[in-house]
Design a protein around this ligand. Structure first.
Ligand code: GLA
Length: 393
């Protein structure tokens, strides 16, 4: 059964009758630009074809009731009772979106929602932003908010979803994942400037040059709400204070040596060096993509991984082993992607060598006694929105 069909089936089982519609939003893979979003920097994610579906019907009252494939029905919560940490578990993400919409002055009401997803959960592919995006898209259409019609509305909705994640789910993330879920274009990477929210869509089709983007889910634990992500953010804020600037984006690659000399703290030096060089690598990656220079893109991936491993210190053994194994299998480049401390790595590999690269990673993982990794060959999918449900589905 497809995830869309599963969302419909869950809806009928838990709520009876038919939903008013189905909405969807994708997971994402970030090509390059890690931990730059909350520093006003540049990022370059693609939306995945894998998505989360939400079958939704408005209620006459202000209750929010949520179902998800394979989970018990959540306890209904009044819109007015949604608050930091409430409701618990995964329900915080969709409930948080309704809270953030109301906070932003949009009139929303109660809903029954059934979710199903084919975005791998816990793989660092933004399954939470996919839930938020699907809920936000549904609310926009059902409550007549009109936020899906153009990029300006979608940018507002992405910001609402980020607020849900920050305030209700308690994860101090930047806005990259929600932008990828709602503002991407199929067959393009989303070049997002987090200093002003502007986007450019960069063509991203690897089949022409005979390449593929292999995503390796290391199955290693990761969590953005856990302390390390917040600790990196706090380091960046401390560095900004010392430099007397509002955001690390104000430090250009040319200014970097002077800025580092003023920090006087080895840890902050490493953090700032990562953030500033990483934004520069995003700029160069876009140039490389526009010039079909995939060898250069691969080199930038390799430098980015080294910077995350050595300076930002957000990699882990599984990610390093995965990156090394695909490179040994002949990949043009490889890096960890997402928040770090586990989750997924990506490799830019020749299309004909995908199976061999997977085998290389499997062998390396087995030798280390790690869990069996999982793989996706990623393509750039379209943004979230209303799902066209086939008749009779
Ligand atoms: C997580 C966060 C994003 C971003 C990345 C790191 O995915 O949700 O906002 O900070 O980590 O680039």
């Amino acid at each position: 059964m497809t995830a869309m069909a599963q969302a419909l089936a869950e809806f009928r089982t838990h709520f009876g009758g038919e939903p008013e519609g189905v909405w969807e939003a994708p997971g994402r893979v970030n090509l390059i630009g890690e931990h730059t979003d909350y520093n006003g920097g540049l990022v370059l994610p693609i939306a995945l074809p894998q998505r989360t579906y939400a079958a939704v019907r408005r209620r006459r009252d202000d209750l929010v009731q949520l179902a998800s494939a394979g989970m018990p029905l959540t306890k209904p919560v009044h819109l007015a009772d949604i608050a930091p940490g409430q409701p618990a578990d995964w329900a915080r993400y969709p409930a948080g979106v309704l809270w953030a919409l109301a906070e932003a002055g949009y009139a929303v009401g109660g809903v029954d929602v059934a979710f199903a997803s084919d975005v791998p959960v816990g793989a660092g592919l933004s399954s939470s932003a996919a839930i938020e995006g699907a809920m936000g898209a549904a609310a926009s259409d059902l409550f007549g908010l009109g936020l899906l019609a153009g990029d300006a509305g979608r940018a507002k909705l992405a910001a609402v979803c980020q607020r849900a994640e920050n305030h209700i789910a308690g994860a101090p993330t930047g806005g990259m994942d929600q932008a990828a879920a709602l503002r991407s274009q199929a067959e393009h990477a989303l070049y997002l400037d987090c200093s002003d929210g502007s986007v450019t869509h960069v063509p991203f089709r690897l089949s022409g040059p005979g390449l593929a983007l292999l995503v390796i889910d290391t199955r290693a634990e990761h969590s953005n709400s856990a302390g390390e992500y917040g600790a990196r953010r706090a380091d960046c804020e401390r560095a900004c204070e010392r430099l007397g600037i509002a955001s690390l984006r104000e430090v250009s690659a040319a200014d970097l040596p002077t800025a580092l000399a003023r920090l006087g703290d080895e840890r902050l030096v490493k953090r700032v060096r990562h953030v500033v060089t990483e934004t520069e690598r995003v700029r160069l990656a876009v140039q490389a993509l526009n010039a079909d220079d995939f060898a250069e893109l691969g080199r930038l991936f390799i430098d980015s991984h080294a910077s995350m491993r050595d300076d930002y210190e957000i990699s882990c053994e599984e990610l390093d082993v995965a990156v090394l194994a695909v490179l040994e299998a002949g990949a043009l480049g490889a890096r960890m992607t997402g928040g770090g401390f586990g989750g997924s790595a990506i490799g830019l590999v020749y299309a004909g060598a995908v199976a061999a690269a997977q085998e290389c990673v499997r062998t390396a993982f087995a030798a280390k006694g790690f869990a069996e990794p999982a793989f996706i060959v990623a393509e750039a999918g379209g943004p979230g929105g209303r799902t066209r449900v086939p008749r009779g589905a």
